[in-house]
Design a binder for this molecule. Structure first.
Ligand code: BGC
Length: 414
């Protein structure tokens, strides 16, 4: 009998995923995707014009934040990544809204009361409408405005922010908003895309300076879109070269430019892309487009509801590559849309294991945030995709913890 208990206990111990003391286990959210009624933002503006789905009251997180952070604590998280909404703090150019500041003070206090380390993003894709009307990040106007806004947040909320993230996924923003034209301002201009990326780099640098002026010890990073690239044909030299360049440009160009103004690296990981040279299109990335005839991937278990290929091992490889920068790393987003919650448990377990393996290989990874704590407004996809550890019933705003959240209990810190 004693032996049996011992074996059982051993089995249990073996299923734990171990992280060092101080490791942050969290989940992420972004303001526009959950708060609701973000009426002074460019997205809201376009939503009213019918250009993108309406966000309405979203998950009403603006009023239910305390309940949401309580759930985060209950499911075993010790950190949260949220974003502060620029369009609320500065609804008109140069007019700072004191009610918005008071609101975020309460939000940050609630996080602390629930034992959550506070990771705060200053900009998660939405712009105040007044700034969008002036061209957003297409010119230096956006860069200067962002530095002023960052300084203002540092002055008014800074002492309650543990980890700062200036920008969320700069190149994805530029790509969707200025190249693909699916997000506001719906432009399709490659040169402008490049200019926006350059301006976002400048925006990060000037915000970094502005925050440090107020809080010299602030820890400031970026949430960088990070995809794992592989050659489509393993031994094809051209595919290999392409894969190398895709990785260098997409994963490292921005990081290299800002590495002197970076206290840690935030990694948002969703994509495993196989690349190859195509005579028709020059260069192809295969992930979402697998279905379109180029490659068959029939096993639906290996994809999310968005059609994205699931490949947690890519996170291990990416994190190892980032050792080169010699900076602490946080996984700031990693998640799966899975309405029926059948693939999420394994996905989370494998992703956490990938992080643990990267640490064992010497990567200085200090935390992991699952995207997202709750279901939320998925931009042009509206409320269809379900990323949450917590399910939202949008008719009643009831929260229900999904079974997959149990996986977090398999984590052992310290
Ligand atoms: C974005 C989130 C988004 C998630 C899933 C990330 O790139 O930062 O806002 O919801 O992807 O699509």
């Amino acid at each position: 009998m004693a032996l049996l208990v011992e074996i059982k206990t051993k089995e249990k111990v073996q299923t734990k995923i171990h992280f060092p003391t101080g490791f942050l286990l969290g989940a992420a959210l972004s303001a526009h995707q959950v708060e609701g009624n973000n009426i002074n933002s460019d997205w809201w503006h376009e939503e009213q014009l019918g250009q993108v789905p309406k966000s309405g009251i979203a998950t009403d997180h603006y009023h239910r934040y305390d309940e949401d952070f309580g759930i985060a604590e209950q499911i075993g998280l010790n950190a949260m990544r949220i974003s502060i909404e620029w369009a609320r703090i500065e609804p008109e150019e140069g007019r700072w809204d004191s009610a918005a500041i008071e609101h975020y003070k309460k939000v940050l206090k609630s996080m602390k009361d629930h034992g959550l380390t506070r990771m705060v993003t200053l900009w998660h894709w939405t712009l105040p409408q007044w700034l969008a009307a002036k061209g957003g990040f297409e010119t230096n106007v956006g860069v200067e405005a962002f530095a002023r806004y960052s300084w203002f947040v540092a002055q008014n909320l800074g002492k309650d922010i543990d980890l700062w993230i200036t920008l969320n996924e700069p190149e994805i923003y530029a790509g969707l908003s200025h190249q693909k034209g699916s997000h506001p301002p719906f432009k399709k201009n490659l040169i402008q895309t490049w200019i926006v990326i350059r301006n976002l780099i400048a925006a990060h640098k000037s915000a970094y300076k502005a925050i440090k002026r107020t809080i010299p010890k602030a820890k400031i990073g970026i949430a960088k879109n990070s995809s794992f690239y592989q050659p489509y044909r393993k031994n094809n030299i051209l595919d290999k070269i392409l894969s190398y360049f895709a990785d260098s440009i997409s994963n490292h160009y921005v990081l290299e430019k800002i590495q002197k103004q970076l206290d840690f690296i935030g990694v948002n990981y969703y994509f495993h892309n196989k690349v190859r040279l195509s005579w028709r299109r020059g260069y192809e990335e295969m992930n979402k487009n697998f279905n379109k005839g180029q490659m068959k991937l029939t096993d639906q278990n290996k994809r999310s509801d968005m059609g994205w290929v699931l490949y947690p091992e890519g996170l291990h490889r990416l994190l190892k590559d980032l050792k080169w920068y010699k900076k602490p790393i946080y996984v700031t987003e990693n998640g799966i849309a899975d309405a029926v919650d059948s693939r999420r448990p394994k996905f989370i377990r494998d992703s956490l294991q990938a992080v643990a393996n990267a640490i064992a290989d010497g990567a200085d990874v200090r935390g992991y945030c699952y995207w997202a704590l709750t279901d939320n407004y998925e931009w042009t996809e509206g409320y269809g995709p379900r990323f949450g550890l917590v399910e939202i019933d949008y008719a009643t705003q009831t929260r229900k913890i999904r079974k997959s959240a149990d996986v977090l209990k398999e984590v052992q810190i310290g």
